[in-house]
Design a protein around this ligand. Structure first.
Ligand SMILES: Cc1cc2nc3c(=O)[nH]c(=O)nc-3n(C[C@H](O)[C@H](O)[C@H](O)COP(=O)(O)OP(=O)(O)OC[C@H]3O[C@@H](n4cnc5c(N)ncnc54)[C@H](O)[C@@H]3O)c2cc1C
Length: 388
């Protein structure tokens, strides 16, 4: 391979010494399980009481993982990423809204990200979450195959209109768009809409991408079925491959409601299917475009190796690597340094509204053996290297 994830000089080129120190302290803090557990209720209470905590959040965890409160706030970060060969995926991360006005506002915001991405090499993809455009319980009802009341039918019609408008605008402006994957009990509705949109807008190339979560034991098969469907209906399949972000919630619900968990029995099984999915996509690259959304070094290395074996150029536009902003810079920047296509999700939105996203990042970074430990040791190595 012509890169090494151990190269911390390339990984942290954009960070000043002071910024590295700040990141170190932050990852150290979120490595404390108790702090991360106590954080969400404390922060929520502080917001309810009107305490002035926005400033401190903005200077710490928000700065590490987000681009700003508005799309334009993200310009500085976007330019910096682009100067290092990395694209930006503007991710309007307002979550948990359940009202029509909020869904319309999110749709409008998503359309604006598409306008900004048009002919803009700094923004190779846009993205949305269906729960930003639809009521969770409505999606659950559709996924469960329950019949809708006439009011719900028209509500669902409005959801489909929002999604159609977004995908059509993406198509008409030549902007590729990801549909994020969510909980399994609403994913059926999301998959059906994603397939409909891909059938409509992916006739010439992959514009709309569905997301496949390989921590589910049925998803490798689903990927193969999606490929067969794309072949039979003559469209290009776009897939973002991820392991999946809702494991504990999935297992808890399955246990509580007494059905078999949709999640793989162990991490090794998720890794195996994720890597198998990469192999399958590369074997069928004439029909599938992929984005590997992962912080896993082995999977990222494997994809580079599979590309090499298949004689695929580093910068082939059908293949992207993607990480979240503020995490795994050693993967993003070392890959982009040797010419692979890399883009980072850059979440943005009002501080209070992006808190659920930030709590998830903190939770996933608590394991000392996991991400936080890795980030800390990479930063320490870079600090030591700079001193020499
Ligand atoms: C660009 C990008 C986009 C993303 N989009 C989405 C999205 O649309 N939907 C979504 O759900 N997630 C999304 N994610 C998050 C992703 O699903 C993972 O949670 C996260 O990236 C961690 O997985 P990993 O591949 O980076 O690597 P690793 O750190 O190697 O893997 C951790 C993951 O492995 C799985 N896992 C861990 N322990 C076990 C176990 N005991 N049994 C079975 N599986 C286990 C879990 O999925 C866990 O998150 C995205 C991530 C990125 C980087």
């Amino acid at each position: 391979m012509d890169f090494s994830f151990d190269n911390t000089e390339i990984a942290f080129k954009s960070k000043t010494n002071a910024e590295l120190k700040q990141s170190y302290l932050l990852f150290k803090a979120i490595g404390y399980n108790w702090l991360v557990k106590a954080g969400p209720p404390l922060v929520n209470t502080a917001f309810t009481m009107g305490l002035p905590i926005t400033g401190i959040i903005k200077k710490t965890v928000f700065k590490q993982f987000c681009g700003g409160e508005s799309m334009n706030d993200c310009d500085a970060t976007m330019n910096q990423l682009y100067s290092l060969g990395v694209g930006t995926i503007l991710d309007y991360s307002v979550e948990g809204e359940e009202k029509e006005e909020a869904f319309n506002a999110t749709a409008t915001e998503t359309l604006e990200t598409i306008t900004k991405a048009k002919n803009n090499p700094k923004i190779p993809f846009c993205v949305f979450k269906v729960t930003g455009l639809a009521r969770f319980d409505l999606l659950a009802k559709v996924t469960a195959g329950e019949s809708l009341t006439s009011t719900e039918e028209s509500e669902y019609g409005r959801v489909k209109n929002r999604i159609y408008n977004i995908c059509k605008t993406a198509h008409d402006n030549g902007v590729r768009i990801f549909i994020d994957a969510e909980e399994s009990w609403i994913q059926g509705a999301i998959d059906d809409m994603a397939h409909e949109m891909m059938m409509t807008f992916n006739k010439e190339r992959a514009i709309v991408y569905n997301t496949i979560q390989l921590y589910r034991h049925d998803r490798l098969e689903f990927l193969k079925q999606s490929h067969a469907h794309a072949l039979a209906n003559q469209y290009y399949l776009g897939v973002k491959l991820v392991r999946g972000a809702y494991m504990e919630k999935e297992r808890e619900r399955a246990e509580k409601m007494g059905y078999p968990s949709p999640i793989q029995p162990n991490k090794a099984a998720s890794d195996r299917d994720y890597n198998e999915a990469l192999r399958f996509c590369i074997q069928h690259i004439d029909r599938i475009s992929i984005c590997a959304g992962s912080h896993n070094e082995d999977s990222s290395r494997l994809l580079a190796q599979l590309m090499q074996e298949a004689g695929i150029a580093h910068n082939d536009t059908r293949i992207y690597f993607s990480q979240l902003y503020g995490m795994s810079d050693h993967i993003s920047f070392n890959l982009s340094h040797v010419g692979y296509n890399v883009a980072k999700y850059l979440p943005y939105g009002p501080v209070k509204a992006v808190m659920p996203y930030l709590f998830r990042r903190a939770a996933e970074n608590t394991s000392v053996k996991g991400q936080a430990g890795r980030e800390l040791s990479l930063i320490s190595r870079e600090v030591a290297r700079r001193k020499n």
